[in-house]
Design a protein around this ligand. Structure first.
Ligand SMILES: [Zn+2]
Length: 407
């Protein structure tokens, strides 16, 4: 049997998400199983960021058009939804989270003691992708970015970039992306006048990006002339299990928006200074990341991500009471477990659980019931034999806690 890898097909088989033509293409809907995966991903990235001092916020999905005129998105960003008129004002669905997060910085006077200030949100934005270009979860019109805007002093840039790379490495490792490379976009050395921000700041920032990748022994390359006029950046290209390369994480320095929005902080001498901004996304669009992940794992998710972690399979109706007890105990232990109560043959139940790529099957017959145990079978057909229920549950919970990739 050929392995199915298309995320749309797997999404249908495992009932993860749907595209309803009544809602519109490009606006995926997450079904209960898909939302479990999505929430696990979001909880994980949020936790990793909180541990590193990121502060989470929530911002609305709509703002006045004027805000994006000030940030320059209105003039340069083509994928904005057309405006909506309310009262005498024009509003748009937000295409970016940046200007919203800037409002938080600007809301009160800032001191150097607060920097770096890391404002984070898994923020949903709306982009007008052409109808021919929308594709499952990979290209959508409503997408949620694991966004961060870090406001910092110029002399903090090197240390902060090193921190961001630490996060990137940890996240890639968790999802089993071992093959990746960093691409660093630098100034065009022949045209230094084109760029915003002082010469020494640029030089320092570029060197910090290169040094951070080197320190971590990452495969990296530099591309001269690819930097935006407002700052250099580092992007990460990741190879999935099928050998395809995706751009995931990105970290962009920005010396321009602090000028546009007149951002300041007071330094240790009581003088006003301008911060720089780092725009950081580790997963990028969470929808797209999930699409990539479904294909990367070909639907066989590690147990911490699997929507159903255990399927309990009673051999006959006689065993259904014990099976229900096993299921209830697993749920008590926080494991996502279900019983297959259909009056199908055991072979059919195993086959169906395998089609759904459920990590663990617990086969419950008279032998297991009288021994007060469960017979464990993995989705790849491997038979682990009889185990005490408590030992099984503890083993699974250990793998979930460690986010282990293998069963
Ligand atoms: Zn941004």
């Amino acid at each position: 049997m050929d392995q199915i890898t298309d995320h749309k097909k797997i999404g249908q088989i495992q009932d993860l998400f749907l595209i309803s033509q009544e809602v519109g293409s490009g606006f995926p809907i997450f079904a209960p199983n898909g939302l479990i995966i999505r929430e696990e991903i979001e909880n994980y990235i949020t936790q990793e960021k909180k541990r590193r001092g990121y502060l989470f916020v929530w911002t609305p999905h709509v703002a006045k058009s004027e805000l994006y005129k000030k940030s320059g998105h209105w003039q340069k960003f083509e994928a904005m939804f057309p405006p909506i008129k309310l009262d005498e004002e024009e509003y748009v669905l937000k295409p970016m989270n940046c200007p919203h997060h800037f409002q938080i910085y600007l809301n009160r006077p800032r001191s150097y003691r607060e920097l770096p200030l890391r404002i984070a949100e898994n923020g949903t934005v709306y982009r007008y992708e052409k109808s021919g270009e929308v594709n499952g979860l990979l290209r959508v019109r409503s997408l949620s970015i694991d966004d961060t805007h870090t406001f910092l002093r110029h002399e903090q840039i090197a240390d902060e970039i090193d921190e961001v790379l630490d996060l990137v490495e940890a996240v890639f490792k968790t999802f089993g992306f071992s093959d990746y490379r960093a691409q660093i976009s630098l100034r065009d050395p022949k045209n230094p006048k084109k760029y915003l921000g002082g010469e020494s700041t640029w030089k320092g920032a570029e060197e910090a990006l290169i040094a951070a990748a080197k320190k971590r022994k990452m495969k990296s390359s530099t591309v001269e002339g690819e930097a935006a006029f407002y700052g250099p950046k580092i992007d990460f290209m990741v190879k999935d299990s099928l050998g395809r390369e995706w751009q995931l994480a990105t970290c962009q320095l920005d010396f321009n928006q602090p000028e546009n929005f007149d951002m300041e902080y007071v330094n240790e001498k009581g003088e006003k200074e301008r911060p720089a901004i780092l725009h950081i996304a580790i997963l990028g669009s969470i929808e797209r990341f999930m699409g990539i992940l479904i294909e990367h794992f070909a639907g066989s998710f590690p147990v911490w991500l699997a929507p159903v972690q255990v399927k309990v399979l009673p051999i006959s109706e006689k065993n259904s009471e014990y099976a229900s007890m096993v299921n209830a105990k697993l749920k008590e232990e926080g494991i996502r477990s279900e019983v297959d109560e259909r009056s199908e043959t055991l072979q059919a139940k195993i086959r169906d659980a395998q089609t759904l790529k459920i990590p663990y099957m617990l086969i419950i017959g008279d032998k297991e019931e009288s021994a007060n145990k469960v017979a464990v079978r993995l989705r790849d057909g491997k038979d682990l034999g009889q185990v005490a229920l408590k030992d099984f549950a503890d083993g699974v919970n250990k793998k979930i806690a460690k986010k282990e990739l293998s069963l």
